[in-house]
Design a protein around this ligand. Structure first.
Ligand code: NI
Length: 195
């Protein structure tokens, strides 16, 4: 038996709910963090928020390899982020668990990246967000941490924090783009027997 959760798919209403702040970081919370981590690695995601496993706790896990992206364009307007695929290479896990995370600073400068989501499988769209953010959070030992994120890490941390507020990356798209993407998702779910 694997110690993983099932990932909740769009349009389950739990993905639109706001998660609750975590009080004591007890054994249950630590076990949940570990199980979420296993789920993220098994599904090959770079981030997973508690809403996505049907738990309304303000917690997410992420693991972005710092060498898996670069800026394609360093203009002063919008930084373009590009994935750098490294097929066949074993990545060293570098997991982060963020409890009660809060963005305390965001840059004026924006960046754009083709985002996806484990709850919206096989669908991608460009999302523009602040290029650099500072996030404060509590780690699984109960210590307060501060982290500066740029590039793909910045997109990931903002995408995951959005989940805890019931916001999905498709909410940033135009109505037309969003409905097209949702239609394709429904087709995919039907084809894969996920309905
Ligand atoms: Ni997501």
């Amino acid at each position: 038996m694997t110690n993983t959760y099932d990932v909740i798919l769009h349009a389950d209403p739990v993905l639109k709910q706001v998660a609750n702040p975590i009080g004591d970081i007890d054994a249950d919370i630590q076990a949940q963090a570990e199980k979420m981590m296993n789920t993220m690695y098994e599904t090959r995601g770079i981030g997973l928020a508690a809403n996505q496993v049907n738990i309304l706790n303000r917690m997410f896990v992420m693991d972005v390899d710092p060498t898996c992206w670069k800026y394609k364009n360093e203009g002063d307007q919008i930084l373009q982020i590009e994935s750098v695929h490294r097929e066949g290479e074993d990545l060293t896990p570098n997991p982060l668990v963020m409890i009660n995370p809060e963005i305390v600073k965001k840059s004026e400068q924006k960046s754009v990246y083709l985002e996806g989501c484990l709850s919206i499988p096989q669908q991608y769209a460009e999302v523009t967000r602040p290029a650099h953010v500072t996030v404060e959070y509590i780690d699984t030992d109960g210590n307060k941490q501060t982290w500066d994120a740029s590039g793909l890490e910045s997109h990931c941390v903002q995408h995951e924090l959005d989940h805890l507020d019931g916001v999905l990356f498709i909410d940033y798209l135009s109505r037309l783009k969003r409905s097209t993407l949702i239609r394709k998702l429904e087709k995919f779910k039907k084809a894969e027997g996920l309905l």
